[in-house]
Design a protein around this ligand. Sequence first.
Ligand code: NDP
Length: 332
Amino acid sequence: GREIHLKSRPHGEPTPDNFEFVTVTVPEPAEGQVLVRNHFMSVDPYMRGRMNDAKSYVPPFKLGEVMDGGAVGQVLRSRSPDFKEGDFVVGTGGWREYTVAPAKHYQKADPSVGPLSAYLGVLGMPGMTAYVGLLDLGRPKAGDTVFVSAAAGAVGGVVGQIARIKGCRVVGSVGSDAKVKHLRDDLKFDAGLNYKSAPIAESLAKACPDGIDVYFDNVGGDHLEAAIGLMNNHGRIVLCGSISGYNATTPAPGPRNLFLAVGKRLTLQGFIVMDHGDRRADFLRDVGQWLREGKVSDVATVVDGLDQAPGAFIGLLRGDNTGKMLVRLAKD
Ligand code: NDP
């Protein structure tokens, strides 16, 4: 099997040189382990942080070792009572074609709820991030204006669709006119804006005539500052990510208007999805139902083959994706 190792740490934007392809002999699973053939692997923004040698909520990738990450696949051999051959599973498969890992690293992926790839997107970590962040931290009420940035992405697209289900007016920001069209036509947002074609503070003010009640922040920087300026009293800002700064080589200045949070009595709250495992059953029940009813759609940009994984990851950070960015490793 082939796998991808971290060869060097990027300075700024990652480059193909940071990655190394290695062919390994796949070991037999030991007692308690499973051998999984990966069908799809995930590239995610948080992986950029793990390429740096810096302390964070997940440890850095190690040089010369396989890059870790979410994957879905099929069990080829099992030495655990939890799974049998042929089961579909989701877990930390990593950037590789085959994974041997403890069964406890995996959960079953039920193909009757949604396609296997959805377990890395709307039915997986990004979908759960949207669900927990919006509902538990954002606490939207019907009639609220909800603004979400990186709105055509894996997390943002689900945030907007759930906010619509909850009766909110939904505004999203994205980096292209094609994505604005996608927000409006496919995801049924009320308004979309392209932050590259006009200053975000101006276009956001136009799109939110009644102010903002919930801002789901995936971007940070100028987006966060613009949202703070438009928040209504007692508004909630869900601090989910800050992708505008992930490739930065020096820290970006904070929002210059943070003091407005005082007078507006805002709540700004950060969260990490993996702390909210107790919500997984609720998440799968609700989002699974919305998916079946067609109220939430499963959107992905899929590239083929392990060879494409570094490019998919670099492209993700540039906005090449609509919906979840995935790498397909096997077709059957
Ligand atoms: P996305 O699918 O949204 O992909 C990233 C998107 O970010 C790109 O498509 C691009 O879209 C946008 N982007 C890139 N650079 C910039 C920029 N400078 N300014 C504005 N937008 C930019 O990724 P995910 O849905 O997986 O993740 C979205 C966010 O959620 C990230 O910040 C991530 O770190 C965070 N996250 C947090 C979790 C948590 O537990 N707190 C868990 C999972 C994700 P465009 O073309 O619109 O620019």
